[in-house]
Write a protein that binds this ligand. Structure first.
Ligand code: BDP
Length: 733
């Protein structure tokens, strides 16, 4: 070809390509994809377009979205999300049609389907949230159908379609076929947000709930929040702190709450409230808060009625009572059951009472980790049917690692739900990468040995162990006004994993991590592989550099930032880190066997058998249950002291190496987010080293042991670490 003609052709080709790019850009703008939006706000709902060849495999079978029957607000959201999400993923407009055309995706409630089709289309079980995706014919047309008993099922089905395409696990329509049902019916976020906007243990800015402006003004962000929750199956929200204020039960706040509930409702989410047990007294209605007092009971009943008048689908109350200074029934010589049942009667069948089991007294003679069991186990069978005892995962307090709480599998005639902490109060705030999926999987898989062939914590929570009753998983939210929602890009993964694992406690945390990473950053396997691995290792690394071998609660006083294993001067014994390690010249750890505090006796026989012998116990729980001499040789041939130092080193080394591993992934991530995460990981490396150095310096001094040969000495002397102060650490009430 003559050079001129070639140049002309190239120009023509180039301008055609330019035109195509421009058209695509205009299209993307029209459907709302903005390259600039890579600041984390879009979460895992970016719907990053597929490669054209991959998109074509779907567009051959998917041309529009249709909803069968009336468009309730929830069903309309399902339809619109699906259409908008598919349009982005598949790079072409997928419109909403009123009628069923060939190659439509149809959202159909079972009662809208012809009788002959209903059985085949039905998801298993009876949940209105379950759905089945199938290929079938409707009105004579071949369609892909999402069918469910309730509108919520359509919403979750729609989000599954988007997720499966978005994460790359469904590469053609037939791979979407299957059914799904939640294992746990109540999947609830607990926000520890105060009415003035402060978030207790929040590391993501201020509260997203602006009670001052409600009900008149509500930020659009609340809709984005509700939508994100719906996309991962969360169906309940408690917007206010468990350390609750009485004002939430005034008419003024009920009106505010009603506006919030109205924003959440179209996304299948019910609103609950944390309540303060002494509210009737504090609001001047009664002279006591005694749960057996008729005036008190009548007051709660009337407040519940007012709530249901304003919020017909109100979920119920969450209560922290007789815990850390909060008022409760014991103030009147009544039991937790008396208190919970009074509230249960007030809401009746309309709602659920979540009564927290996080209680401990200041009696130094009783091991703190035993107190919840001691108080609640004797009350088994006394709670009303609509009460759920909400138990933290471990018997202490959201530590990097704890054994499961002995209350799981101990309450045979009471509903028991689990409370997880998504916000990482004890795992490095929003600064450290600590993906919590593996921690929760470890909890759910743990065998309570409560009898029967299915007695893992997951079985206890989802009703496989004891069939009757209400089921719940609650998570203390890590959400705030920060642009990333969670205080860091990486902490979004924990919100995501909470939703996915509350829906299915048996979900594989690695698959959940991969799914999140693919949707949040890139579905390229050369990214998701190494990223998933980094995430999966992260929590164990945090355990290693903070609290290895079963240690716990060695964090700085009050704010819980950084190491402070030396603190021993706080007024209550169990507030001091020394209470939790008991290190001296001879050894470290707490004997919790029958010859010690007896905490191990609270577990069923199988667990006791596994944990009672310090030579045979899983090393990860060693110092939780046993006191071990520094020089005792462990099964791996090293002394306890050597092993402890090795763990600290391992954790700090992991954090040191993480930034380079992240740097390798730069090509897959937009520059602003890549840089933000690089900075975060660099801070984590510094803080991990601080944890390691300060802890080793302290334990070396207490034990009088020298550092094992070849081990690097701490950077500073112990006094330097002890002198550090953090008066402005976030989240500390
Ligand atoms: C502790 C937190 C405290 C909470 C408490 C709770 O430090 O802020 O109020 O848990 O769960 O871990 O009630």
């Amino acid at each position: 070809m003559a050079p001129k003609a070639m140049i002309w052709r190239m120009r023509q080709g180039a301008s055609r390509a330019l035109l195509a790019v421009l058209l695509l850009a205009v299209f993307c703008l029209l459907i709302g994809t903005r390259a600039a939006a890579e600041d984390g706000y879009a979460l895992w709902l970016r719907h990053q377009p597929l490669a054209e060849s991959d998109a074509r495999r779907f567009t051959a079978d998917i041309s529009s979205v249709a909803l069968l029957g009336a468009a309730s607000p929830v069903a309309a959201n399902a339809r619109d999300e699906l259409a908008a999400g598919l349009s982005r993923l598949l790079l072409r407009p997928i419109g909403v049609r009123e009628t069923i055309t060939s190659r439509a995706i149809v959202l159909a409630r079972l009662d809208m389907l012809p009788a002959g089709l209903r059985d085949r289309a039905a998801p298993p079980g009876s949940s209105p949230e379950a759905y089945r995706i199938s290929q079938t014919r409707l009105s004579g047309q071949p369609v892909l159908m999402v069918a469910a008993r309730g509108d919520a099922g359509l919403l979750y089905g729609a989000f599954e379609v988007l997720r499966r395409i978005g994460e790359g696990s469904a590469r053609q329509p037939s791979q979407l076929i299957g059914s799904n049902a939640p294992a746990v019916s109540l999947r609830i976020l607990n926000h520890w947000d105060n009415p003035d906007g402060f978030v207790e243990r929040g590391y993501a800015g201020r509260s997203i709930f602006d009670w001052w402006r409600l009900p008149g003004q509500a930020d659009m962000r609340l809709t984005d929040y509700a939508r994100a929750n719906a996309s991962i199956g969360i169906n309940g929200v408690v917007p206010n702190n468990v350390n609750a204020r009485a004002e939430f039960l005034t008419d003024e706040y009920i009106t505010k709450a009603a506006r919030l509930a109205a924003i959440l409702r179209p996304w299948g989410i019910r609103l609950y409230l944390s309540v303060r047990f002494s509210s009737p007294m504090e609001l001047g209605a009664t002279s006591t808060a005694d749960p057996l007092d008729p005036a008190v009971r009548a007051w709660w009943r009337a407040r519940a009625d007012a709530l249901y008048a304003a919020i017909p689908d109100f979920g119920g109350f969450l209560v922290k009572a007789n815990s850390e200074g909060q008022p409760g029934p014991q103030d009147y010589g009544r039991s937790h059951a008396d208190g919970a049942n009074m509230l249960a009667a007030a809401v009746g069948e309309r709602g659920t009472i979540f009564w927290r089991a996080f209680v401990y007294s200041s009696d130094p003679r009783v091991d703190r980790v035993m107190q919840a069991y001691d108080e609640f186990r004797p009350l088994d069978g006394q709670f009303a049917d609509n009460v759920i005892i909400q138990v933290k995962n471990g018997p202490l307090d959201f530590q990097p690692r704890e054994p499961f709480s002995p209350l799981f599998g101990a309450m045979r005639a009471t509903n028991v739900g689990v409370e997880l902490q998504i916000t990482k109060e004890y795992l490095g705030f929003a600064t450290h990468l600590a993906y919590l999926g593996p921690m929760w999987a470890e909890l759910f898989a743990a065998d309570t040995h409560a009898g029967g062939d299915r007695s893992s914590v997951a079985d206890v929570i989802d009703g496989s162990w004891r069939a009757s009753g209400r089921r719940a998983i609650a998570g203390v939210a890590n959400i705030g006004s920060d642009r990333t929602w969670s205080g860091s890009h990486l902490d979004q993964a924990n919100w995501y994993a909470f939703g996915r694992m509350a829906w299915d406690p048996r979900a594989d945390p690695a698959a959940v991590a991969r799914s999140w990473a693919a949707q949040t950053f890139s579905r390229d396997p050369s990214f998701t592989g190494p990223m998933t691995q980094l995430m999966m290792e992260s929590r164990e690394a945090v355990v290693d550099y903070m609290t290895p071998l079963g240690l716990a609660h060695l964090m700085g006083t009050g704010h819980h930032h950084g190491p402070a294993p030396w603190v021993n001067d706080l007024s209550r014994p169990e507030w001091n880190p020394v209470y939790y390690h008991r290190a001296d010249r001879q050894g470290i750890g707490i004997d919790r066997t029958a010859s010690g505090t007896g905490a191990l006796e609270q577990y069923h026989h199988g667990a006791r058998a596994a944990w009672s012998d310090p030579r045979r116990i899983d090393q990860r729980y060693l110092l939780w249950f046993h006191r071990v001499g520094w020089d005792e040789v462990q099964p791996n041939g090293h002394t306890l002291w050597e092993n402890l130092v090795r763990h600290y080193d391992r954790g700090a080394d992991w954090a040191d190496a993480a930034p380079a591993r992240w740097a390798m992934l730069a090509q897959h991530v937009d520059a602003p987010r890549h840089r933000a995460i690089a900075e975060q990981l660099a801070v984590q490396a510094t803080e991990a080293r601080w944890w390691r150095d300060a802890s080793i310096a302290y334990f070396a001094q207490v034990s009088g042991r020298l550092l094992p040969a070849g081990v690097r000495a701490p950077e500073f002397d112990l006094a330097t670490y002890q002198a550090r102060r953090f008066p402005y650490a976030p989240g500390n009430p």
